[in-house]
Ligand binder design. Structure first.
Ligand code: ZN
Length: 247
């Protein structure tokens, strides 16, 4: 396995997504989020997901991503059990204060995502900056929605951050167009084709981009990648190593 990328090392410590584990949610509540206008909550067409966004275009973009995420999950016979709400806000902050792409809050099954216009500044200097911005944004929605639906279907809580993040990253990268995905994977210089897959919280913390690429490669390399997701729902995923999480 090659060393994690430098950008990944830096951003791994900074963090990309919040709500890394359902049992490790932010304790302080909504004060972590910037003030948001009261906006209409509108249901996406034909799916049990409501979106609160500042514009019709933003809502359509999010609903489009929602449809793709649910399609990927449906392929694995994983379905939403209850309605989910996605709230687009000026910025989403990690419990430690930094701005992040988004997070899933299991307390009220609500997804918070930083507005589209802010994402470009968050990905600057990272492998994600290579991706078309709207496509990247949709993949961020996919990531968080996978967290939400997996949470609704989990028979056991994920006991490691990497077990929690594997499905979100695998399907996030799967949701990209093939050209964007190839570009991302080439940037990472993933070596997953050697079969050298290692998933643990240390790698996730050191380089979430490498973890994301590896999760996708591992998921797609199997004849039945869905079995990995089902195993995670059962809490029996042997391919995730249990190592102590970094603080
Ligand atoms: Zn995540």
């Amino acid at each position: 396995m090659k060393n994690p990328t430098l950008a990944g090392v830096v951003l791994g410590f900074l963090g990309l997504f919040g709500a890394l584990q359902a049992q490790a949610q932010h304790a302080g509540g909504d004060q972590h989020f910037a003030a948001t206008d009261l906006r209409a909550q509108v249901r996406c067409p034909e799916v049990p997901v409501d979106v609160i966004a500042a514009s019709v275009d933003e809502r359509r973009l999010v609903c489009s991503a929602v449809s793709e995420a649910l399609q990927l999950l449906r392929h694995c016979e994983i379905f939403p059990r209850r309605p989910l709400v996605i709230q687009i806000t000026d910025e989403v902050r990690h419990p430690f204060g930094r701005v992040i792409f988004g997070l899933f809050d299991p307390r009220d099954e609500r997804i918070w995502i930083t507005q589209f216009g802010t994402i470009s500044s968050l990905v600057r200097g990272t492998p994600f900056s290579e991706l078309p911005q709207r496509e990247l944004y949709k993949s961020i929605v996919v990531h968080e929605l996978v967290h939400g639906v997996m949470h609704q279907n989990a028979k056991r809580r994920a006991i490691t951050r990497s077990a929690y993040e594997y499905p979100a990253y695998a399907l996030q990268i799967a949701s990209l167009t093939s050209s964007a995905r190839d570009r991302f994977l080439q940037t990472i210089h993933n070596v997953a084709s050697t079969g050298d897959f290692v998933f643990n919280d240390f790698i996730l913390s050191m380089d979430p981009f490498f973890f994301a690429a590896s999760a996708y490669e591992h998921f797609s390399a199997s004849a039945n990648g869905c079995a990995h997701l089902i195993a995670l729902l059962e809490g029996e995923a042997a391919f995730i190593s249990e190592v102590p999480s970094l603080p």
